[in-house]
Design a protein around this ligand. Sequence first.
Ligand SMILES: [Mg+2]
Length: 121
Amino acid sequence: MNSKLEDNNTTISYFKEEVERFVKERRWTKFHNPKDLIQAIGIEVSELSEIFLFKDISLDTIHNNKDLFENISDEIADVFIYLVSLLNRLNVDLTSIFIRKMKKNEEKYTIEEFDGTYRKL
Ligand SMILES: [Mg+2]
């Protein structure tokens, strides 16, 4: 993989193609069905959550502890990789569903009603 790729110069298609290549090369497509991918996402979210279990970890702690930051980053990447594989399996265009759902969120959580609060004013 090209190590110079970063968020500001990488497309979603790149992630989709990389995950698809990785899965196909190992002949894992048979394992990457929607149910198992959704469960894998949940498991990886749990692994991320476990890092924080029974601890009070501040943002400063995360940024000042290289190993902790790497562990958190690895679990975030695991969640993302399985999510990308789910997009591939369902043939979903992430940009389209993101725009549609953000529009719904804008309408559901209007600034007038939810300014500074999660509860309707
Ligand atoms: Mg993991």
